[in-house]
Design a protein around this ligand. Structure first.
Ligand code: GMT
Length: 377
């Protein structure tokens, strides 16, 4: 099939997932066209049937806010026309679903029917989409999609509870390519980061408030008081300076490293002992799944879809939001008991295998065939 994918090109989970999906579809022989304002960060390889179309947003003195959505819709029309796409798969409702709707209507005037699938990822529903400023457009454009998917049961429920959705929402969980995380950890790398054999805790996110970054620092400080350890922060974002300040205040700054945005996240995860995710909400928590694929147990909250993937007492611990005491105690208990830690490592890997790309990709392909059966090659 010829598939158009619209996503955010940044390090956020929805962009990562969309890019990995597009790459896997291209490996399966589909032609995949990414349409977005910047090359997606994980789109690093070349395949003859993988294309990238950049949305240009011309500026003009009149525009305080350059109209990205209009530019995106026009680019979609152009790409669909010129590359005869069979369907459009948009990730994150705002503004991708409404731009897709606009493109669909324009193409209808030329008697071209383009099916649109919208995948809901999280904050497009739970935070931003619910805002009165966006809600009518979000509801309308989701309802106009030919198929809707959500990345967890929890997100499906949240969507149905807060929006008037008139169509079924299919849950297709996020996935991970477990093969990528099966390499041997690089001992020399571990030696550099933890030269005295310290335990390594890792957090990865975009450091937005919803991630409750100060809780990560508090948990680390409690662990560090009992067990020699290091904390690696992967990613960057608005709460970074708060994390720096708090780690200074708690006297652990020297043991905390900010390694920035990393596309080879597996290299770091493979040397980690625990992954910490303290979010107030996660529709799924793709970063936690990637950690599990690398055999790293997860200390997380049980918010949103996190409890669907991090099985309390097996793959890690999933505690109440803000309960840093419990999360710290569980982390300490695990790190102190090598045998238990190994058991959790194994369970984490086994759990990630349930979400392996080989299991999830056919679900998307089946959906594509359902919404675009006549045009499919
Ligand atoms: O977590 C973020 O802030 C990024 C956000 C995004 O839209 O890129 O992630 C959301 O989508 C991911 C992929 O489906 C999920 O794994 C994350 O849990 C979800 N984030 C939230 O719900 C806060």
């Amino acid at each position: 099939m010829r598939i158009g994918i619209v996503c955010y090109p940044t390090f956020g989970g929805s962009g990562v997932l969309a890019t990995e999906l597009g790459k896997a579809l291209a490996q399966e022989g589909h032609s995949v066209h990414f349409i977005t304002y910047q090359q997606p960060v994980r789109l690093t390889e070349f395949l003859p049937n993988l294309f990238y179309h950049e949305v240009q947003v011309p500026t003009y003195p009149l525009f305080d806010y350059p109209p990205y959505e209009t530019a995106l819709a026009s680019t979609l029309v152009d790409v669909i026309r010129n590359h005869e796409l069979d369907l459009l798969h948009v990730h994150y409702a705002i503004p991708h679903a409404s731009a897709a709707y606009m493109a669909k209507q324009i193409l209808r005037t030329e008697e071209k029917e383009i099916p649109v699938i919208t995948t809901l990822h999280g904050t497009d529903i739970t935070l931003v989409g619910r805002d009165k400023t966006y809600e009518p457009v979000v509801t309308f454009s989701i309802n106009q999609s030919d198929a809707i998917t959500a990345v967890s049961e929890n997100l499906r429920e949240e969507t149905l509870n807060h929006f008037q959705i008139e169509k079924p929402i299919q849950v297709i969980h996020n996935f991970v390519d477990t093969a990528r995380f099966r390499r041997k950890p690089i001992d020399a790398f571990r030696q550099v980061l933890a030269p005295r054999g310290e335990k390594i805790l890792v957090h990865a996110s975009n450091f937005r408030r919803i991630k409750r970054i100060p809780d990560v620092v508090r948990i680390f400080a409690a662990v560090r008081a009992e067990i020699p350890s290091k904390l690696l922060f992967i990613g960057d974002g608005p709460e970074r300076s708060t994390a720096e300040e708090l780690s200074r205040e708690l006297g652990v700054f020297d043991c905390v490293r900010f390694v920035g945005k990393q596309d080879q996240i597996e290299d770091i995860l493979l040397i980690a002992d625990l992954f910490v995710l303290t979010s107030e909400y996660e529709s799924f928590g793709l970063a936690a799944l990637e950690a599990m694929a690398a055999g790293v147990p997860v200390i997380s909250t049980n918010a949103g879809g996190l409890a669907e993937i991090n099985i309390h007492g097996e793959t890690g611990f999933a505690c109440t939001v803000g309960d840093t005491d419990s999360m710290s105690q569980h982390a300490i208990d695990l790190l102190r008991d090598e045998e238990k830690l190994n058991r959790f490592r194994k369970s984490a890997r086994a759990q990630a295998a349930l979400f392996d790309i080989s299991k999830i990709l056919p679900l998307y392909e089946a959906l594509y065939n359902k919404v675009a059966p006549l045009t499919a090659n």
